[in-house]
Every structure is written in C-alpha cells, then in structure tokens.
Ligand binder design. Structure first.
Ligand code: 5GP
Length: 127
C-alpha cells in the first residue's frame, strides 16, 4: 500500500514556517519542538523534515542519513532536557502514534518525548 502524505498537515506547515513553534533543536533532517498541549513537564515532539506519515513509512523509505539524524536527535533532546536516567533525570518515555488504532492526530511522523514526572503504566489493559 502506498503512503499518502498530506502536505497541508500542521507539522508540514510548521516546517514551512507558516506556523510558529518553540524549537528545542534543529538539525539537517530533523526538528524538535515543544508540544502545544503538554501532557507532562517535558513534552517535546521530534519530527523528520521529510514527508513521512508514520514510523513504518520512515523506516521503509527514509535515507540512512535521515534515520541516523532522527534517532540521534531524539537522544540529544533527552540529554538537553535533562531526563536521561541516572544523571539526575528521572527517565522519560518515547511514543509514536500511528493510524487509527494508534490515535494519530497529525499525519506526519512524530515521536513524543515525555518526562519530568512519573508517567504511570504505558497502557490500561482492556479485556
Ligand atoms: P498525536 O496524537 O498525533 O500523536 O499527537 C499530536 C500532537 O501534536 C499532540 O500532542 C498535540 O498537542 C500536538 N500539536 C497539535 N497541533 C500542534 C501545533 O500547532 N503546535 C504544536 N507545537 N503541537 C501541536
């Protein structure tokens, strides 16, 4: 199934500079910025600059350079925000929602980096 990227999504507009953002870190292929509706004291979104909808889309079609830059930027953001465990930070959680079951709101790949408080269990089990 081909991946269809909607270039009018809100993160595409942020990347084009049409909507402001609070940038945490920008690299050649990646942008990290504060979530507009933070769910924890630390809540940063990390997005590739390329037009990728989901993690699996990115993993399938991004270049090695984009992938390395993206993964390293997420790690750097954790370091910059002081959430790395063991160095005074209390740890963090990364989440990437995809599609309907994942309840993805914005159809441009993003990893949420959350921290700054105990985050509770990952999911509530529903039997
Ligand atoms: P999703 O549910 O797709 O995983 O998460 C989308 C995230 O994007 C949400 O946490 C939401 O608060 C954030 N968001 C939506 N619109 C904007 C915006 O215009 N600016 C920023 N910085 N974050 C946004």
């Amino acid at each position: 199934m081909p991946y269809n990227y909607d270039d009018q999504n809100i993160f595409a507009r942020i990347l084009r500079g049409e909507i402001p953002n609070k940038t945490v870190l920008e690299t050649e292929h990646t942008l990290a910025f504060e979530d507009i509706n933070p769910q924890a004291p630390v809540h940063v979104l990390v997005i590739p600059k390329g037009p990728y909808v989901t993690y699996d889309h990115f993993a399938t079609e991004a270049t090695d350079a984009e992938i390395v830059d993206y993964i390293r930027t997420i790690g750097k953001v954790c370091e910059m925000l002081g959430v790395r465990p063991g160095e005074g930070g209390g740890g963090y959680r990364t989440i990437s929602n995809a599609g309907e079951s994942g309840v993805q709101e914005v159809p441009h790949l993003h990893v949420h980096v959350l921290g700054g408080r105990p985050l509770g269990r990952m999911l509530q089990r529903r039997d």
